[in-house]
Design a binder for this molecule. Structure first.
Ligand SMILES: *Cc1c(COP(=O)(O)O)cnc(C)c1O
Length: 352
């Protein structure tokens, strides 16, 4: 450590992203990327935008917000586009979480990292025994609430009426719903943002729009909150969404039918894979996301992760008391899922 670093950052624990391996031949089921690519029109839009790289991008992402607002049924003043939804989460924590923030014990690891970075006092509200979010506990908590829905890495979804109950239980307390996986089968709270001014919904193009490399996310909220978050964005990174990504995002919105179909096919493969694993004796949560949270009887999560890795199948293992028996596996192509199922079966056989 250099002697120049500010004391507040000396114990910083950064987020550890899933491995992005360089080696060829690995089956990458560890970071919930889409197994399908964006349609050709998206690449064409990026190529065309590349002819204008001399110019700064539109700092307000106006065309993108216009098209997105139309699709979601909200005014563009209710939208802020960001460099991945992680950037939106950062601004929201910076603006609203510093008096305190509540989130589940098992959820997206980035929230704790942000809370530490920004010195936000945290209240951890454990998931219930069945790994579902404890809505009553969130209703009772005075701090800003942050809930991933569907949750990660469990994949479990909280019904919209429960989200609404939490939001309406305390109108002076802000609720942030992270809907990174909502397009694979969850219920979105976006519609509630127009009647509840204490709700922020974070969304991303990274998973269901196959645009993880483009870095595009957004926030939906009432206009006052979006104005504040936009002011923060303009104080930190005014040109936060680059021109190529704005073009890609706009093209993705025009190809909605393609993505709806791709997400539906992925959800069907997810459910089929879960059924097969259950028939083999595995415990698999009722996932509404693009991944499965899997426990193989007699095989600790870390062992399962390691043995799969030896077979060039990359998954994610979270070394915490409530997740250590399981791995999270991204739903890939049908061929990849067949291979995954076969290897899990072999590993279980050896462990007998
Ligand atoms: C992937 C993910 C994000 C971040 O997505 P980006 O838009 O790529 O920054 C946010 N929240 C959750 C729960 C995620 O899984």
């Amino acid at each position: 450590m250099s002697r120049f670093l500010h004391p507040s950052l000396r114990s910083l624990t950064p987020y550890v992203p899933g491995e992005q391996p360089k080696a060829a031949g690995l089956i990458k089921l560890n970071t919930n990327e889409a197994p399908f690519s964006p349609p050709p029109a998206v690449r064409e839009a990026v190529t065309s935008a590349a002819g204008r790289l001399r110019l700064y991008p539109d700092p307000e992402s106006t065309a993108l917000r216009e098209a997105l607002g139309e699709k979601l049924g909200v005014p563009r003043e209710s939208l802020l586009m960001t460099n991945g939804s992680d950037e939106l989460l950062y601004y929201a924590f910076l603006a609203y979480a510093r008096n305190g923030v509540a989130f589940p014990d098992v959820t997206y690891g980035f929230y704790q990292v942000l809370a530490d970075l920004l010195d936000c006092p945290t209240r951890i509200l454990p998931l219930r025994q069945d790994l579902t979010v404890d809505a009553d506990a969130f209703c009772a908590a005075p701090e800003m609430a942050v809930i991933t829905n569907p949750n990660a890495p469990t994949g479990l979804s909280l019904p919209l009426r429960q989200i609404e109950r939490i939001v309406r239980s305390a109108p002076d307390r802000l609720v942030l719903i992270d809907e990174a996986y909502v397009d694979f089968g969850g219920e979105s709270a976006v519609g509630l943002t127009q009647s509840c001014d204490n709700l922020i919904v974070a969304r991303t193009f990274s998973k269901s729009r196959a645009l993880a490399g483009g870095r595009l996310g957004f926030g939906v909220a009432n206009e006052a909150v979006i104005r504040e978050l936009t002011a923060i964005k303009n104080a930190i990174n005014p040109y936060n969404v680059n021109a190529l990504t704005q073009a890609a995002g706009l093209a993705c919105l025009a190809e909605d039918a393609y993505f709806t179909e791709a997400c539906a096919a992925l959800a069907a493969l997810r459910d089929k894979t879960a059924d097969t694993l259950r028939a083999m004796g595995c415990a698999v949560t009722e996932s509404k996301a693009n991944f499965l949270f899997v426990e193989a009887p007699g095989v600790p999560g870390e062992t399962l992760f390691r043995r799969l890795r030896e077979q060039n199948i990359l998954t994610r293992y979270f070394n915490q008391p409530r997740t250590k028996d399981r791995i999270r596996v991204t739903v890939g192509t049908p061929e990849q899922m067949d291979l995954f199922i076969k290897e899990v079966g072999r590993i279980m056989e050896v462990a007998k």
